[in-house]
Design a protein around this ligand. Structure first.
Ligand code: CDP
Length: 220
């Protein structure tokens, strides 16, 4: 097999299937994985925990510059309140700037002696790693993504309201796409995959076929 890709940049909106795909790609190619959404979630969560307003730019930027490993272990990291706070702090340029170096270091020197890394988020191919060898953008219709999130919440024992899940996701999509700082858009040259009608195995198979076609030595 050809050498694994050094860097895979994986972007897309909420519940498009990035997390599952990133973990599977990392395992398949022996790469480290960074879920960059967890960094924004950790900032948003700490701001809420400390009773502050996620729109307070100076405070959120200070939290981002002082993020601790324990912040990433917070049990409320994936709650809906944290999701909304994460997308609010993520619109603050100073928050993004304070998380940039850490993400680039992970990409340049992946932990555990791994030969490369998969980073998933919203701006990996556009801002964090614009030189990544492989850039992917996975997306799906709002309805398909909201339905997945609804089922995930049910499976986790919650009692979600379908309409509320969809409305909250639409609000976050809007904030992530319309913000001035690193808005959610496919990077130039990214492989764009709509997963609305695909299950996780089909997504993985298509992406691996694409990556292998890029890294395989070309025949003369
Ligand atoms: O899990 P889900 O896809 O719903 O969200 P996430 O990837 O954990 O990201 C949470 C929020 O962080 C997003 O709504 C974005 O506002 C923000 N984010 C970002 O701005 N840039 C990234 N690279 C990753 C996440």
């Amino acid at each position: 097999m050809a050498a694994p890709p050094r860097l895979i940049a994986l972007d897309g909106p909420s519940a498009a299937g990035k997390g599952t795909l990133a973990r599977r790609l990392a395992a398949h190619y022996g790469l480290a994985h960074l879920d960059t959404g967890a960094l924004y979630r950790a900032v948003g969560r700490r701001v809420l925990r400390e009773g502050r307003d996620p729109a307070d730019a100076a405070y959120a930027a200070q939290v981002a510059s002082d993020l601790q490993p324990v912040d990433l272990e917070d049990p409320e990291l994936r709650s809906e309140a944290t999701s909304q706070a994460a997308s609010m702090v993520a619109a603050i340029p100073a928050v993004r700037a304070n998380l940039l170096a850490w993400q680039r270091r992970f990409a340049a020197q992946p932990p555990g002696g791994k030969p490369g890394a998969v980073l998933d988020g919203r701006d990996i191919g556009t801002v964090i790693c614009p030189d990544a060898e492989v850039k992917l953008f996975v997306t799906a219709s709002l309805q398909a993504r909201a339905e997945r999130r609804f089922r995930e919440l049910q499976a986790a024992g919650a009692d979600p309201i379908r309409r509320a899940v969809l409305d909250e996701m639409a609000a976050r999509d809007r904030r992530d796409s319309e913000r001035a700082a690193a808005p959610l858009v496919p990077a130039p040259g990214a492989f764009v995959l709509d997963t609305s009608e695909l299950d996780a195995d089909a997504v993985f198979d298509r992406v691996v076929a694409y990556i292998n076609s890029r890294i395989s030595p070309r025949r003369a």
